[in-house]
Design a protein around this ligand. Structure first.
Ligand code: URA
Length: 199
């Protein structure tokens, strides 16, 4: 069994917060173990909770289209969320839930070791770009710890707002060249021990 599958089994046993009582399925994440790009959303919604897979509802179909615009299929990237269980009624995740779930995302990042981490929406952005505002930094990348961090709007928000839709589509198109330059771009800060920040 791969280290990633073992991790999924561990995540499925997690009962650290109340969300575990209400979930239909845990949604650990999915994609290629050797993916160069890792997309990180917020939390599973109803469709994801039913299927145990990330981004399979309307926002997921849109994410698939965005990936297709840069000739990628979801199987070629890795897709995860900040939290692994659906908050009831699709409410925003609570700080304690984010803290409880953080270790799983850290382990996924260690195992996948992507060249580029793309944050989708403000919850995942807050973990990698603390104190920043998404309207200011979307479409910009920062290199740290030998990894490119790139912030984008959340596909669910962009689906319903024309201006965000144009922004997310343009931001997606920048990914291939950023990835191609990843090795030559200089780090903006000295290496840090933590790649994720407290929210
Ligand atoms: N929104 C998210 O942030 N993640 C999903 O998996 C689905 C919708």
């Amino acid at each position: 069994m791969s280290a990633l599958s073992e991790l999924y089994e561990e995540i499925a046993l997690c009962h650290q917060c109340k969300l575990a009582e209400y979930r239909t399925r845990v949604v650990p994440g999915e994609g290629a173990e050797n993916a160069e790009i890792m997309f990180i959303g917020e939390a599973p919604g109803w469709h994801e909770d039913q299927q145990g897979r990330p981004f399979v509802g309307p926002a997921g179909l849109y994410l698939d289209q965005l990936l297709a615009s840069i000739n990628l299929k979801r199987e070629q990237v890795y897709i995860a969320n900040v939290i692994k269980c659906r908050p009831l009624g699709n409410r925003d995740p609570l700080p304690t839930e984010i803290r409880n779930c953080r270790k799983w995302l850290e382990r996924q990042i260690e195992l996948i070791h992507p060249k580029m981490i793309v944050t989708l929406g403000r919850y995942s952005m807050a973990m990698f770009f603390p104190g920043k505002s998404i309207s200011k930094i979307h479409g910009t990348a920062q290199k740290r710890d030998n990894t490119m961090y790139y912030a984008m709007y959340h596909p669910a928000a962009a689906l319903h707002q024309q201006s965000l839709r144009q922004a997310i589509e343009a931001d997606m198109l920048k990914i291939p060249s950023l990835l191609a330059q990843a090795e030559t771009i200089k780090e903006e800060q000295p290496p840090q021990q933590l790649t994720m920040f407290e929210v």
